[in-house]
Design a protein around this ligand. Structure first.
Ligand code: BGC
Length: 602
């Protein structure tokens, strides 16, 4: 081995140990606490229930729960507001402190693009857009702000970053990935881990991160999903060498950055559910990569291992799962695992290993420190959804935009132009701008989501007082305008609900574009989507085209680029297919319409 390579390897081992040292340095305290725990208390730590499905708050005590989550669309009982979320979190912690050992809870949410369940939170672009920025500092800043908004509600754990490397854009979770390119995912995923968790897990401005979904979630083969979808939760079929090459390095980087939790994928690897795969979970993650944190199963994922729940739990825990996300059947899981231990089907050593891992994280987070409050710091409320946070989101929007076509210098548009006609179903729709995982699990079209600026509003804010703006959804009435802007694209979806066979532009959007084109004015198309789509026909009809992805609440960032306050700098994080038959592009023989990294500027 060459000397400098040896030094590099040595250095990286030292740095992994240095960072992981922060977890193992709590080994003594964790073991001491473990020695005081009954089997029930240990299994409780390994159990995560769902807020909306908890049979009663007393179950926190009854089952010694280690964790609660709010899944998508699971608001506090007294409504969706900053205060209600904070009260809810505090109430659960109060309940946990009533248990004999008073071990506080980890409370998990999917804060994937901001604290996206909570009304009033800033919603950032989804990861696919952040990938186009190629800006590590910006991605860190966003994760830091997200952590702070999450902590404002007290919540201490986000199921992010999603370090998937989607290989087929028909997958409904494509937008949760930064890129089809493993290296880019690795760099930005690591940045998010660092920024969510901060330098020190015990800093109350940061949250525990969770790298997901281990492994190969973006590599499933079309048609292999046993769910109602086509790709989501399907089967990744490849040899281990290819699996490692495509999907492993983001996890190596996340572990090096000190990620405290990892979520195994719903999907299978060569026919075996990842949540059941000891080679993947124990041999690779824990033994080979030295991951010291804990594994949290995906939502009801253990059930998918076998129709017999006993068998499913036995297989998963023995494979290395440490905590089970059992939203409604946490009680059944609790009893099942207890019986399995008593029948010696799950060894006590496995239980102890799982609990130690969870406790190490809790100690490192300062949750066990009697001098520290586990309750929400309400002084952070004034920063929630603040103008400063919105400014960072606006910057992310303008940097994520990719200019794909710009003929006759159609863009940038002059702010003094006489009349602009705006059209398209997404021109004035915050819900569509935000996409899935916004206020509700699937997201929702319309204004019903959370504050912010639509693209139509942003254009109005930007142009001179003399400029006239007219609007029609279908593009009619554009005659005599000096330019037209049509905002088209996908409506919100999440997970398998977003799997599509053909990512094509719908009829309504096509009509809006051609109605504008018919009038002979220059036409700018803005595409709002969670993936590249088949756009050939639209491209022919427009003079300029920008991909804006799922930009979130701050539509002003789009106007920044359209009117030339900022030049477009975004570069495609996914290659762009020219036809449906070319998908998946990872297997295509001919060139795509636009290559990975493509992006024009002015
Ligand atoms: C998703 C995960 C998510 C979990 C909790 C699952 O359906 O696959 O990504 O973290 O729900 O909401």
């Amino acid at each position: 081995m060459k000397k400098n390579i040896r030094i590099l390897i040595l250095l990286s081992i030292v740095s992994v140990q240095a960072r992981c040292g922060s977890l193992s340095s709590y080994d003594k305290q964790a073991k001491e606490l473990l020695s005081k725990m009954t089997l029930e208390e240990k299994i409780g730590q390994m159990t995560q229930a769902e807020h909306g499905m908890l049979k009663g708050i007393n179950d926190v005590e009854k089952y010694f729960l280690g964790s609660i989550l709010s899944g998508g669309s699971s608001d506090p009982y007294n409504g969706n507001s900053l205060a209600a979320w904070t009260d809810m979190y505090d109430n659960y912690q109060k309940q946990a402190l009533k248990t004999r050992l008073a071990i506080p809870l980890l409370y998990g949410v999917d804060a994937l693009h901001g604290h996206n369940n909570v009304l009033g939170a800033v919603i950032f672009p989804h990861n696919i857009g952040l990938g186009c920025t190629r800006d590590v500092n910006l991605v860190e800043e966003i994760a830091r702000i997200t952590a702070l908004e999450v902590r404002a509600t007290g919540i201490n754990w986000t199921f992010a970053p999603c370090v998937t490397v989607p290989q087929d854009i028909r997958w409904g979770r494509t937008y949760e990935g930064f890129s089809e390119n493993t290296e880019l995912v690795k760099i930005l995923g690591e940045a998010q881990v660092r920024a969510y968790q901060g330098n020190d897990l015990s800093n109350p401005l940061f949250v525990l991160a969770c790298a997901k979904h281990f492994i190969g979630d973006g590599g499933t083969v079309f048609g292999t999903s046993k769910m109602t979808s086509m790709l989501d939760q399907g089967n990744t079929q490849m040899n281990e060498e290819t699996l490692r090459k495509l999907f492993l390095s983001p996890y190596i980087a996340a572990i090096e950055a000190g990620v405290g939790s990892i979520m195994p994928s719903y999907s299978s690897f060569n026919g075996t559910k990842c949540s059941a795969d000891k080679h993947l979970l124990t041999e690779i993650l824990k033994e080979e990569l030295g991951f010291e944190g804990f594994l949290i199963s995906d939502y009801k994922a253990i059930k998918q291992i076998s129709p017999d729940f006993n068998t499913a739990v036995e297989i998963s825990i023995n494979a290395g799962m440490d905590m089970a996300m059992e939203p409604n059947s946490y009680d059944v899981y609790f009893t099942t695992l207890k019986n399995l231990v008593e029948q010696r089907k799950v060894p006590m050593s496995r239980i102890d290993d799982a609990v130690i891992r969870i406790l190490l994280v809790k100690f490192a987070m300062g949750l066990m420190d009697k001098n520290k409050s586990v309750f929400a710091d309400r002084s952070l409320h004034k920063q929630f959804g603040s103008a400063e946070h919105r400014e960072a989101a606006r910057k992310a929007v303008r940097q994520s935009i990719v200019l794909l076509k710009n003929e006759k210098q159609t863009l940038p548009i002059s702010k003094k132009i006489v009349r602009i006609h705006i059209a398209g179903k997404s021109a004035d729709d915050i819900g569509n701008q935000c996409g899935g995982w916004t206020i509700e699990w699937l997201g929702k079209s319309g204004d019903v989501t959370t504050g912010g600026t639509t693209i139509l509003q942003a254009v109005k804010n930007t142009v001179s007082a003399d400029t006239k703006i007219t609007f029609s959804k279908d593009g009619s009435g554009a005659e005599d305008a000096n330019i037209g802007i049509v905002v088209i694209g996908e409506t919100p979806y999440a997970e398998g609900r977003g799997d599509v066979g053909q990512p094509v532009i719908d009829k309504e959007d096509m009509e809006a574009v051609s109605n504008m084109k018919k009038t002979g004015i220059p036409v700018v198309v803005v595409l709002i989507s969670g993936r590249p789509m088949i756009i050939n026909e639209v491209l022919e009809q427009c003079d300029a085209f920008i991909a804006a992805w799922l930009p979130g609440t701050e539509g002003q960032g789009a106007a920044d680029v359209l009117f030339g306050d900022y030049k477009p700098t975004g570069k495609l994080s996914f290659s762009w297919p020219k036809s449906v038959s070319q998908i998946p592009l990872s297997q295509a023989k001919d060139k795509p319409l636009f290559e990975y990294g493509f992006g024009l500027s002015y």
